[in-house]
Every structure is written in structure tokens, then in C-alpha cells.
Design a protein around this ligand. Structure first.
Ligand SMILES: Cc1cc2nc3c(=O)[nH]c(=O)nc-3n(C[C@H](O)[C@H](O)[C@H](O)COP(=O)(O)O)c2cc1C
Length: 331
């Protein structure tokens, strides 16, 4: 069993924080506890209660952060051992969700090298004749991913994604929460720290200003005129994807485990040379979840947890990660 020094913990947290989280809210904190164990701590003040009423996406985000920690340890020859997953309140703000010890000696994980490169790509994709081999590579690597590659099916799913997203966006509380996590101007004090900023959303200044109005005070008049949906549409981007990928996990799986696999799938997608963006609305909306289950022939023992659009960006990605400083994440 190895003891973590405070300096090593900071290095590990700096890498673990690159894991994806819903709306980039970053709910995960870390604490060294008795016996040299490391605890994954939930900051209970960090939530997106309208988009994620059951808190499932927060737990999936914690699971991704846990996998991020495992990969950061792996790069240094360490592994997680002796995991306990008993939730333990630490204060009104913090609760430990699990804790584990660290052991030395582990085979290198090929996904660890993709942590710094993976990011959400929210722009268009360009078609490439070279997609077949990497898609086949992905299919071999993961049995919890189902691929839909027919152009017609992708175009149809692009329409479903817009309808699902718009049905949520019509909710006043949903729009207010989304806007609160958006940082549409670089002057926003949290622009580089958390939430969804204009760079991450692949928007220019004009598009960002338009988004602020369309999601804000102009939404209702534009909706009455019947043009809000087309102004907010992501359909062309989704339709440009090389494939739609359905992420399915066993019914009843612990969400921390689901989150670990969610992150590993995304890293596999990166390893295969694709960029990706989740479309949670498709999984969260019961009707479209059902339609996708039928299309992907998903068995009753599996839950459709999320959906990715994947493809090749027009230019090689230069990943930027907007994250809280390590000091805020070690509590
Ligand atoms: C559970 C979960 C659900 C997500 N759903 C969406 C989504 O519906 N749309 C989207 O654009 N990004 C979604 N994301 C991606 C996050 O917004 C993204 O990971 C975060 O902003 C950090 O940015 P990065 O992925 O570029 O590091 C989701 C992430 C997680 C963990």
C-alpha cells in the first residue's frame, strides 16, 4: 500500500479533473482520509437540478472523475485497491461517496494517453472515407456501444435530437438553469473555470449573443412565431456525424460504475480518431429513448444511458479544458 504525498495528490487531481461532467459543473472533490486512503467527495452545492432531477448525471460525472483518478494513478504505476462505496456525510456541504487505497504495480492503460486530448466537440463534422476501420476498431473495443452509421438513420436521429432538446428548452426553469451554466462572454468571471463557455460551445461572439437572447427574454415571442426551434437547432451538426453511438449499460448498475465506463468509452472514441459530443436529451426523453432502443435493438437488460454523435472535426482538435483550480478540488 502506498501513501499519497500532498504534492502527488495535486498532480493526480490536476489530471482527474479533465474528466467530463454534466454542463461542466465539476461536482467532484478529493480528500485524504485515515490510513492513507483517498476519498471521492461530492460537493452537494454543485448541481443541475432541472436538467438532472434524479441526480443521475451528477453521479455519472463523479464516476468519470473516479476513472480519471484511476487513469492518473495508472500513468504513475499505481492502481486503486480496497474500494468502499459507503456514502458518508463530512459536513453540510460535503459527502464522501467512496474511498480507496493505492497500490503499486499495474500494467499501462492505453486510454491514459488520451485524457489530455479528449474533449467535447460541438461543431460540425466532415465526412471521411477512412471511417470504416476506426469504427470497426471501436466495435471490437467496447460491447456497451451500439453504432448507427446509415446516413438516413443519422438524419432521422438528428431530427429527434432537436425535438427532444427543444421539448426540454421550452421549460422556463430548464432555460434559466442552462443560461446560468453558460459563460457567453469572456468577461464572465467563471469563463475559464466551469460551465459551458463560448469556446467550448464552438460559438463566435455573434452566435453567443444571439444564444443569450434566444434562450433568454426573446424565447417566448420567438417560440410563438414558430422560429425558436430552428434558431436553436443542432440538427445540421448531428446530421454531419459519421455515426451515432448508443451507450448502454446494465439496468440497475451503480451510477459510479456507469460513469467510469462512460469516460472510458469517450476515450476509446478519441483513440479511434473521432471527436464526440453527448446528446443527453435523446436518452432523457422517454419517447426518443424508446425509439432509439428499438432502432438499436437494445435488450431489456440494458439501459440506454446516453447517446454520442461522433465524427471527424474539420481541423485537428486543439483541446482546451476549462476547469476549477486544483486548490478548490482538494478539500
Ligand atoms: C453525464 C453527462 C452528460 C452530458 N451531456 C451533454 C449533452 O447533452 N450535451 C453536450 O453538449 N455535452 C454534454 N456533456 C459533456 C459536458 O458538457 C462536458 O464534458 C463538459 O462541458 C466538459 O467539457 P469537455 O468534455 O470538453 O472536457 C455531458 C457530460 C456528462 C458527464
Amino acid at each position: 500500500m502506498s501513501e499519497l504525498s500532498p504534492d502527488l495528490l495535486r498532480e493526480l487531481v490536476a489530471e482527474a479533473r479533465l474528466a467530463p461532467s454534466v454542463h461542466n459543473i465539476q461536482p467532484t472533490r478529493w480528500r485524504l482520509v485515515d490510513g492513507g486512503r483517498l476519498a471521492l467527495v461530492d460537493d452537494t452545492t454543485v448541481r443541475a437540478p432541472v436538467a438532472d432531477p434524479a441526480g443521475h448525471d451528477v453521479l455519472v460525472s463523479h464516476g468519470a472523475a473516479l476513472e480519471g483518478m484511476s487513469l492518473a494513478l495508472n500513468r504513475r504505476g499505481f492502481a486503486i485497491t480496497g474500494m468502499t462505496t459507503i456514502e458518508q456525510p463530512l459536513s453540510p456541504q460535503f459527502a464522501a461517496l467512496c474511498s480507496f487505497a493505492i497500490r503499486q504495480g499495474v500494467a499501462p492503460d492505453p486510454l491514459a494517453d488520451h485524457v489530455a486530448h479528449r474533449m467535447s466537440w460541438r461543431g460540425r463534422f466532415v465526412a471521411s472515407p477512412d471511417d470504416v476501420a476506426p469504427l470497426a476498431q471501436l466495435a471490437v473495443a467496447r460491447d456497451d456501444l451500439i453504432y448507427i452509421g446509415h446516413r438516413q438513420a443519422i438524419a432521422e436521429i438528428a431530427g429527434w435530437a432537436d425535438q427532444a432538446e427543444f421539448s426540454f428548452v421550452r421549460g422556463d426553469a430548464y432555460r434559466a438553469e442552462l443560461l446560468a451554466w453558460m459563460r457567453l462572454s469572456p468577461e464572465h468571471p467563471h469563463y475559464l473555470l466551469d460551465g459551458l463557455n463560448r469556446d467550448a460551445l464552438a460559438m463566435n461572439a455573434v452566435e453567443a449573443t444571439a444564444a443569450r437572447y434566444v434562450l433568454g427574454g426573446l424565447f417566448k415571442p420567438l417560440d410563438r412565431l414558430g422560429i425558436a426551434a430552428s434558431l436553436l437547432s443542432d440538427g445540421a451538426k448531428t446530421a454531419s456525424a459519421s455515426a451515432i453511438v448508443l451507450f448502454c449499460r446494465p439496468v440497475g448498475e451503480d451510477p459510479l460504475t456507469t460513469g467510469r465506463h462512460f469516460y472510458r468509452c469517450w476515450l476509446e472514441i478519441d483513440r479511434a480518431g473521432f471527436a464526440a459530443c453527448p446528446i443527453s436529451a435523446l436518452a432523457d426523453h422517454p419517447d426518443f429513448n424508446d425509439r432509439l432502443r428499438q432502432l438499436g435493438r437494445i435488450g431489456g437488460d440494458l439501459r440506454l444511458v446516453n447517446v454520442f454523435r461522433i465524427g471527424r472535426p474539420p481541423k485537428p482538435l486543439k483541446p482546451r479544458h476549462f476547469r476549477l483550480p486544483v486548490d478548490r478540488l482538494v478539500v
